[in-house]
Structure formats: C-alpha cells, structure tokens
Design a binder for this molecule. Structure first.
Ligand SMILES: Cc1cc2nc3c(=O)[nH]c(=O)nc-3n(C[C@H](O)[C@H](O)[C@H](O)COP(=O)(O)OP(=O)(O)OC[C@H]3O[C@@H](n4cnc5c(N)ncnc54)[C@H](O)[C@@H]3O)c2cc1C
Length: 220
C-alpha cells in the first residue's frame, strides 16, 4: 500500500520508488462516519446496507449515496455516482412516507439511465441501455442532459454562459498542480506547456494535500 508521496518519490511501506510523474488513481474512501456506526463495512469504508438501505438492527437508520454499499439484482456493486445517490434519496423519502401510512417496506432498485463522459473538446461517449453513441452527437447529448438536470432557469443560464466562455477561450477546465519543476525529469518548459503553475512544497508538505483540482466541464 502506498503510504506516502513526496516530490520525486512514492513510498510503498519502506520501499522507495523514484517517480517524476505521479498519478493517483486509487479512488476515494467513504466518509469516516460509516466506521462510527459499528455495523459491517467494506474495504472502502462503505456501510453494507440492507436492500431497503437500512443498517442491521436499525430499520429507522438509512445510509445512502457514496457511503452505502449495495449490490444490484445481478450482484454487482452499485457505482458511487450521483444518480445512485439521488435515486436513493428520493426512495428513502418515499419509504418514510410509506412508513407513516403503515405500508410495507420495499427494496431499493436502481434504474440505470445510462452513462455519459466527455473525452475531448467536442467528443464524448454515451451509453443508454443497449444504445451507444460517440463523437460530436454524444458530446451534444452530454451538454444538453447536464444543463437539463440543473435546478432552475438561472442556474442553467449561468452554467451555459460559463461553459460557452470556457469553450470559446480554450480555458483549461481541469488543472492539477502536483509537483515542482525541481522534480527529476521536469523542466520549466514542462510546467509551461501543461499550464500548471509549479508549487514548491516544503519538506513536510504532502503534495496530495497541495494539489489544486478544478473540474469544469465541458473541457478536454
Ligand atoms: C472528482 C469527482 C468527480 C465525480 N464526477 C462524477 C460525475 O461526473 N458523474 C457522477 O454521477 N458522479 C460523479 N462523482 C461522484 C458523485 O460526486 C458522488 O457519487 C455523489 O456526490 C454522492 O452523493 P452523496 O450525497 O452520497 O455524497 P456527497 O455528495 O459527497 O455529499 C456528502 C456530504 O456530506 C458531508 N459530510 C460528510 N461527513 C459529514 C459529517 N460528519 N457531518 C456533516 N456532513 C458531513 C460532506 O461534506 C458532503 O457535503 C464524482 C466524484 C468525484 C470525487
């Protein structure tokens, strides 16, 4: 397990691995709150919920979204994405209303409406059930659907204006500042070419903590 990252070095236990470019792809951990519940959790700290999203011994306590670990009907873990969290939120509200009317509990079922991801300046991939789309039209679908799901006309308008501005001005949407030009293999040109402003973390500074991440779709 990686336990430390320093400029130019990744530590795996006591093993030192020299590295000039370090990409972190281990995902994110669940909130530590889950561990405090005293119920079974998985390796990522997600709470193993019942099919009705409650925890063992407490039918009145629901855990939903990224903190919940629940398999779909094919035994596959539901992904940690916003649609799952939104549907679970709606479902719990509905369950509480049903409880008040003394109606029986039902199991949560996720309705996968598909997946969308941008992969370029005017390119995306989309999958809706068996239907798959890629390229410009998938990108337009991505754009339209994301704007559509925003709440309120003002929000939609503001986001559209911001995205249009970013698109037309080639503004960078994702920027990671993860190292310094003093790292082995890095030059000042590298820093300029990537648009990243080099930071110079102190000896005690964890570069992971100093990394700045801004995600503003639709970008490349
Ligand atoms: C970089 C990144 C990109 C992503 N991109 C996408 C994407 O493109 N599409 C997609 O569908 N999903 C995406 N996701 C996943 C998506 O953001 C999550 O699945 C979704 O936000 C989960 O919702 P949630 O309500 O469970 O948790 P969150 O949205 O994380 O909300 C939990 C909230 O609880 C608060 N909180 C935590 N502990 C406590 C506490 N003890 N007391 C009080 N408040 C607390 C947190 O501050 C937070 O505000 C992305 C996630 C990341 C990290």
């Amino acid at each position: 397990m990686v336990n430390r990252i320093e400029p130019g070095t990744v530590w795996v236990g006591d093993e030192k691995i020299p590295a000039s470019v370090i990409l972190w792809a281990a995902g994110v951990a669940a909130s530590p709150l889950g561990r405090k519940l005293g119920v079974p959790i998985d390796r990522a700290g997600r709470v193993l919920v019942h099919p009705d999203l409650t925890i063992p011994g407490h039918p009145e306590v629901f855990v939903i979204g990224d903190l919940a670990a629940l398999n779909d009907e094919n035994g596959k873990l539901l992904p940690g994405v916003a649609p799952v969290a939104i549907q679970q939120g709606d479902w719990v509200a509905d369950t509480i209303a049903r409880d008040l009317e003394n109606q029986p509990r039902r199991n949560f079922r996720y309705h996968d409406k598909g997946s969308l991801a941008t992969i370029g300046r005017a390119a995306a991939v989309a999958q809706f059930g068996k239907f798959e789309l890629s390229g410009y039209f998938a990108w337009l679908a991505w754009l339209f659907i994301h704007i559509l799901f925003l709440i309120g006309f003002r929000n939609r308008l503001m986001v559209m204006i911001q995205w249009a501005w970013s698109y037309l001005t080639y503004e960078r949407g994702a920027r990671l500042i993860t190292g310094s030009d003093e790292l082995p293999g890095w030059t000042k040109e590298d820093s300029g070419a990537t648009g990243a402003s080099p930071v110079h973390p102190g000896a005690d500074t964890n570069p992971l903590e100093t990394a700045a991440v801004t995600i503003t779709p639709p970008r490349h």
